[in-house]
Ligand binder design. Structure first.
Ligand code: PMV
Length: 361
């Protein structure tokens, strides 16, 4: 089994003075949710997500050799402009990954990052952002040790991204990604995401995700605090075993193409995630009245038209609407007719399943 030790890099030479890379990495939407973690970003339960295609972060990393004085040295730009408030998060990320990437102190780094989705749209950029940065760090590692394989490159990128933001490890490679040990998913690990090992049924190919922006404000409770509240939560153990069970079920669903069963699992997971928040101590609610309006409209539309459309939620008020590609026209019309009024400034983003990070050099 692969352990943390396998990601410690010792076999490298500081052979290059300077250079640069550019990677894009997408966001992802969990079908079976990760909520609750142990030390070092180890998930309390396994999760699985669809990788998105259009919502992504594009990050350029330029490096210049410097004397190793025991410190990290980097500049952080957001859309080309210095962004001081992002620096502490990156500093913390570098500290967490330093044991695995000791060469980071041999270079001055300039990180220039941008998102394809609107800033402060309520869509978390931490998954795509950490994944794009991790890919760049691995490109640097490959320059210093060209012998590393593509598998190692991607696996370690996922491992590093996880240390930045848990769900980021599911944004590296593959259209369906599992993170966390699960008895029926071969190769699955708490340390990194792995591509869903079976063939995805054609019913789920090009699956659509339209993200309705219900509330773009800052979340009242961060994911970090939310995860922590699963310690001592009265329903935690039940929830963790339910996630294992739901992952077994959704594995069969993704193989067999059973969209009806898919809908049941995905909606139940979304509501369970929010039920965990509402039953934490202190308790909190991230859904807004419009979140519930949208959910009810989706249920009504599904009942009346038999269109296999469903919703999921992440840790916020926005609603992800998931549906097969062959229902796209009908669902988009429904969204325009009935749901846009519940979105802040009428905003929504059309996305679909994608394949992961892309090298833009
Ligand atoms: O990766 P984090 O710490 O932001 O947590 C993400 C948690 C959820 O989005 C709610 C669920 C998930 O599995 O992505």
């Amino acid at each position: 089994m692969i352990s943390e030790k396998d990601f410690i890099q010792t076999n490298y030479t500081i052979s290059t003075e300077n250079g640069s890379f550019e990677w894009s990495a997408p966001s992802n939407i969990a079908l079976v949710k990760y909520w609750g973690k142990k030390n070092n970003q180890i998930p309390a339960n396994p999760s699985v997500s669809f990788t998105l295609n259009h919502c992504k972060t594009i990050t350029k990393l330029a490096f210049t050799k410097k004397p190793n004085d025991g410190n990290f040295s980097f500049d952080l730009l957001f859309e080309g402009q210095p962004k001081e408030d992002f620096k502490p998060k990156i500093q913390k990320f570098f500290e967490r990954i330093f044991d695995y990437c000791p060469y980071l102190k041999d270079f001055h780094l300039t990180i220039d990052t941008q998102n394809t989705f609107p800033h402060s749209s309520g869509i978390a950029s931490s998954a795509s952002g950490m994944a794009a940065l991790a890919m760049n760090v691995m490109s640097l590692e490959k320059v210093l040790n060209p012998a590393i394989s593509e598998d190692y490159f991607n696996r370690k990128a996922s491992f590093l991204a996880r240390l930045g933001s848990g769900s980021a490890c599911r944004s590296i490679k593959g259209n369906v990604v599992v993170w966390g040990n699960h008895a029926e998913i071969s190769g699955s690990s708490d340390l990194f995401g792995v591509e869903f090992p079976s063939t995805l049924h054609e019913n789920f190919r090009n699956y659509q995700d339209t993200i309705l922006l219900v509330d773009k404000g800052e979340k009242q409770v961060s994911s970090t605090v939310g995860h922590d509240l699963m310690f001592g939560h009265p329903f935690a153990e039940q929830r963790f075993s339910q996630a294992h069970h739901n992952l077994s079920s959704i594995k069969h669903v993704l193989e067999s193409g059973d969209v009806e069963h898919f809908i049941k699992i995905v909606e139940s997971e979304a509501l369970t995630l929010h039920a965990m928040m509402m039953t934490s101590m202190p308790y909190f609610i991230l859904m807004k009245p419009n979140t519930l309006e949208i959910i009810n409209r989706i249920w009504k539309f599904r009942n009346e038209t038999q269109t296999p459309v469903c919703f999921t939620l992440d840790a916020g008020a926005n609603v992800h609407i998931l549906y097969p590609e062959n229902t796209k026209e009908k669902v988009l019309q429904f969204i325009k007719n009935e749901l846009v009024g519940y979105c802040q400034n009428g905003q929504y983003i059309c996305d679909e399943i994608g394949n992961g990070a892309v090298n833009r050099n």
